[in-house]
Design a protein around this ligand. Structure first.
Ligand SMILES: [Zn+2]
Length: 209
C-alpha cells in the first residue's frame, strides 16, 4: 500500500507527489518540479526517500530534480520518449523566465511492463502518450490509486498543442489505459484536485469511456 502526500510546486502549481510505502516507510518523489518545498516536506515528515520518478519531461515536473537528486543522493528514473524535453530543460526554463535550471541525469528508464517498487509496494508503469510522447503513469492496484501526471484532470485532459503532442494518442491512452482501471481508482493529477476513474469516464467533457 501507498500513502500519497502532495506538495504544490512552481508558478504552474504542479502537484508533486510523495509516494510512501506504508509497510517500510520508504518513499519515492514523483514529478519534482521544485527543490526547496519538496526537501522541506521530506525533512518535516522524516521520509526515507529511495528514488525520484517523472511522469514526463515538462519543466514544471522536472525542474527541481537535479538539485533534489544531489541533496538526497538517490537515483532518478525517466521515460526515454521524453528525452528531447529533458535535454532542453534549460531552454524551457529560460523561455518562462525561471532562471538557470539544470537537466537531471537519469539513472534508469521508465517503460510499460517494468518491475518498479517503492519500498515493498509494486507500482505498475503504463505508457500514456499524447500530452508528450513518453508520458507514463504509475498505478498501485492495492491502494486503488494512479498518478496520472498531465494525461487526465478533473473535468479536463492534458494539452496536446505542445511539441510532439497528439490528440489522437491522448484519447487512445485515456480510453485504453485509464478508463479500463477499476472505477473507484483515485487519480492524482499533475494539476488541480484529485478525481476518480468513474467520475471522468462518466462525465469528462473531452474524453468519455
Ligand atoms: Zn506537462
Amino acid at each position: 500500500m501507498l500513502e500519497i502526500h502532495t506538495v504544490q510546486v512552481t508558478p504552474f502549481v504542479q502537484n508533486c507527489t510523495l509516494l510512501v510505502c506504508s509497510k517500510t516507510g520508504r518513499a519515492a518523489i514523483c514529478d519534482c518540479g521544485e527543490a526547496a518545498p519538496v526537501l522541506a516536506k521530506v525533512a518535516e515528515m522524516g521520509f526515507e526517500v529511495e528514488k525520484i520518478l517523472a511522469t514526463h519531461g515538462h519543466l514544471d515536473h522536472i525542474s527541481g530534480t537535479a538539485e533534489v537528486k544531489k541533496a538526497l543522493g538517490v537515483p532518478f528514473f525517466f521515460p526515454p520518449g521524453d528525452e528531447f524535453l529533458r535535454v532542453s530543460l534549460p531552454q524551457q526554463a529560460d523561455l518562462y523566465g525561471w532562471g538557470r535550471v539544470e537537466s537531471p541525469e537519469p539513472d534508469g528508464d521508465l517503460h510499460e511492463g517494468m518491475a518498479l517498487k517503492v519500498g515493498e509496494t509494486p507500482l505498475e508503469v503504463l505508457h500514456c502518450p499524447g500530452h508528450t510522447p513518453g508520458h507514463v503513469v504509475f498505478h498501485d492496484a492495492e491502494s486503488e490509486a494512479v498518478i496520472v501526471g498531465d494525461v487526465l484532470f478533473q473535468g479536463s485532459v492534458g494539452r496536446t498543442d505542445f511539441p510532439r503532442g497528439s490528440w489522437e494518442d491522448l484519447q487512445q491512452s485515456i480510453r485504453t489505459k485509464l478508463y479500463t482501471l477499476p472505477g473507484q481508482t483515485l487519480c492524482h493529477c499533475g494539476h488541480g484536485p484529485t478525481t476518480s476513474i468513474s467520475r471522468e469516464a462518466d462525465s469528462n467533457p473531452f474524453v468519455r469511456a
